[in-house]
Design a protein around this ligand. Structure first.
Ligand code: 5GP
Ligand code: ZN
Length: 112
């Protein structure tokens, strides 16, 4: 996907604060953080959204990667939130599948 910004991040064509690389996955800091810890976790190959995800194994790996990152960034014990905004009603603005890992402050519920 030549016009996808997260594909460009994965290819190193757009700079990003990379936090961790995994097998087919990448975590980097959100450019507009909504919490003291706000990381984005993406598959390095293009998937448009959760709706387009065909391989549940990939989803499991992404969630496991988020869990590991929560521990490694020191937010696991107090707690955190993993979010997958999907399509316009879900608030998705970048159409390359990504998990938000948010923590470092108490989260509100219900979400806006
Ligand atoms: P969405 O709204 O699609 O769930 O989340 C997209 C996220 O990507 C937003 O939180 C936004 O701040 C972040 N974002 C958009 N463009 C860039 C970028 O070029 N670099 C980084 N690191 N984050 C971005
Ligand atoms: Zn992409």
């Amino acid at each position: 996907m030549s016009d996808c910004i997260f594909c460009k991040v994965a290819a190193g064509e757009i700079p990003a604060a990379i936090v961790k690389r995994g097998d087919g996955m990448l975590a980097f800091k959100d450019i507009n953080p909504q919490a003291p810890t706000h990381l984005l976790i993406i598959p390095t190959t293009h998937v448009g959204s959760l709706n387009e995800t065909k391989d549940a194994k990939v989803l499991g790996e992404l969630v496991g990667f988020a869990r590991d990152l929560a521990r490694e960034t020191g937010i696991a014990a107090r707690g955190y939130r993993v979010v997958v905004n999907t399509n316009p009603d879900g608030g998705q603005t970048v159409f390359h599948l990504h998990l938000h890992l948010l923590g470092g402050r108490p989260m509100n519920w219900p979400p806006g």
